[in-house]
Write a protein that binds this ligand. Structure first.
Ligand code: FMN
Length: 199
């Protein structure tokens, strides 16, 4: 890949919210996960923990996604125009028919003074966003599961782990993944006030 192709890749990635029902081959999802684990991490702790949910378990999660909508819908109703609000509501009810869900956790170390573990996981998540794109997949990173964090912990069985009981395992986001069934426009970027140069 040359320089232009790299920047083009960053520009072309989109969050996808409508998917074909086809299940991606497991080895493709494994490559996406491996891309996540190529990311940098504080003290190279590689403290990401990924839970991949497919099949019946994925179908079961829809009821949880619908519950997470209840926590968000009032804010979105004020912020989104009605058509986008309806599209988003549908997305939460169906997850856009995405066949694969990945829940991304951080194993935080007790002596950590800053948010380096958390930051490390999000870096992996961006790698996975880009890997999905080059694999011909779409994905959408989702903070919505945080609305129902404890439900998700139980749903995945994470709450039974000793590191969870020690307060060290933290859900940071979900990802929905599948083959795209729409081509949304680029969400505009605002550059103003984002960068300050000093010399
Ligand atoms: C941490 C994080 C949480 C997000 N949570 C949600 C979500 O709950 N639901 C959703 O539809 N999109 C979610 N998104 C996707 C953003 O809405 C999207 O990235 C943004 O609008 C820019 O669009 P783009 O990804 O197509 O460039 C999230 C993205 C990030 C990085």
């Amino acid at each position: 890949m040359n320089k232009e192709e790299f920047y083009q890749l960053l520009e072309a990635r989109r969050s996808i919210r409508k998917y074909k029902p086809d299940m991606p081959p497991r080895e493709v999802i494994e490559r996406v996960l491996a891309a996540g684990m190529q990311g940098p991490s504080g003290k190279n702790r590689q403290n990401w923990r990924y839970y991949v949910v497919t099949g019946k378990k994925r179908d079961e999660y829809l009821a949880y996604s619908q519950k997470s909508w209840l926590g968000i819908k009032d804010i979105l109703q004020q912020r989104l125009k009605p058509s986008l609000y309806q599209f988003t509501e549908r997305f939460f009810f169906t997850l856009g028919d995405a066949p694969v869900l990945i829940f991304c956790y951080s194993h935080n170390t007790p002596d950590e003074r800053y948010h380096t573990s958390i930051g490390s996981v999000y870096m992996g998540v961006e790698n996975m966003n880009l890997a999905c794109f080059v694999e011909g997949l779409g994905c959408c990173t989702m903070g919505a599961p945080l609305e129902i964090k404890e439900d998700v912990d139980k749903f995945l069985g994470v709450d039974q782990l000793p590191e969870y009981k020690a307060g060290e395992l933290e859900l940071l986001c979900g990802m929905v993944i599948g083959y795209p069934d729409h081509a949304p426009p680029k969400a505009p970027r605002q550059l103003e006030g984002r960068v300050t140069w000093l010399a």
